[in-house]
Design a protein around this ligand. Sequence first.
Ligand code: NAD
Ligand code: GLY
Length: 362
Amino acid sequence: MQTLTVDLGDRSYPIHIGTGLLDQALLKPHIAGRQVMVVSNETVAPLYLERLHAQFAGLEVADVILPDGEQYKDMAHLNRIFDALLGARHNRTTTLVALGGGVVGDMTGFAAACYQRGVNFIQVPTTLLSQVDSSVGGKTGVNHPQGKNMIGAFHQPVAVLIDTEVLQTLPERELSAGLAEVIKYGLIYDNAFFTWLEANMAALRARDNDALTYAIYRACEIKAEVVAQDERESGIRALLNLGHTFGHAIETAQGYGNWLHGEAVGTGMLMAADLSARCGWIDADDVARTRRLIEAAGLPVQAPADMSPDQFVALMSVDKKVLDGRLRLVLLHAIGDAVVTDEFDTALLHQTLSAGADLGRI
Ligand code: NAD
Ligand code: GLY
């Protein structure tokens, strides 16, 4: 087992990463009271809930099992968690435990942020995406019909437990979606990691445990470093949104759950690289490498054909990075060097949004 720390003073917490960790009694030290509410969904609970329960032997444990899907990441289903907590008389010392992917993790974290004005929670992420990104850093929330993740709070977990073995049951398409967020760290922060990913993408897709463990460790290490520097996203943390402004527009336009979040982010990152090349900040080879790696991860490299540039711009203007009415985007100055900027020519953005099958072929 390897352990990283998210360094946030007295709210610091460990990220344990290893194989078979679900069966190791690592979580009990993080339970403050005697009550535990596990939140999971109808797909993940039959696979892993029983093993997780063994961690909490001797405590008062209840579960709430949500329907599976991004379309249920909303206020109505958040209320089910509150109903379960109140129904089982959970008090302020209860600990919520998220067992599932990013949808369960974001909803559980938000429920923990709100219940009785804030209780502890633990992340046990079971998708690659949630292991490398959403379980770390304390962004929690639900979607609104008008925008992704628009209702939420910053609320850090007290521990993150990553068992790489659970990835063996993850559907192929979900593995690829997680790889999008892994590629993101190479693009924004670490040129050497991007090169490592180019050499190891086949091993990752074949679920080689060593390759997956290294990728998860490096991704969490970068995320922990960024979050420790800028917990509330007033600076460097915004770089973690590479591809997300484009991606959220795709998700909102296509209906939550139709394009997976990671798929939309994968295409969105290619759009960001395409625009960066049009701006003259990266060269044709960089954007071609980005396209090849995203394609090798099994991700789409073309925006939905039915989305017009105007629809993109309208949806992108709901983004949380919009400041004083100006759209700001995460763009690339090099592979491994990203910036948040509004200094791009709108005509070039329109070229990217109209590129179709030629996206990333500058
Ligand atoms: P998800 O939670 O919908 O999980 C994907 C699918 O895999 C679901 O059907 C789930 O039931 C299933 N699944 C999960 N673990 C499994 C396993 N081990 N075996 C078999 N099936 C399994 O999707 P996701 O990609 O994990 O998360 C996407 C969500 O995360 C989005 O809502 C996105 O906005 C959010 N997100 C949040 C942050 C953050 O910082 N909070 C960062 C990135 C993404
Ligand atoms: N996924 C973006 C962030 O955590 O900031």
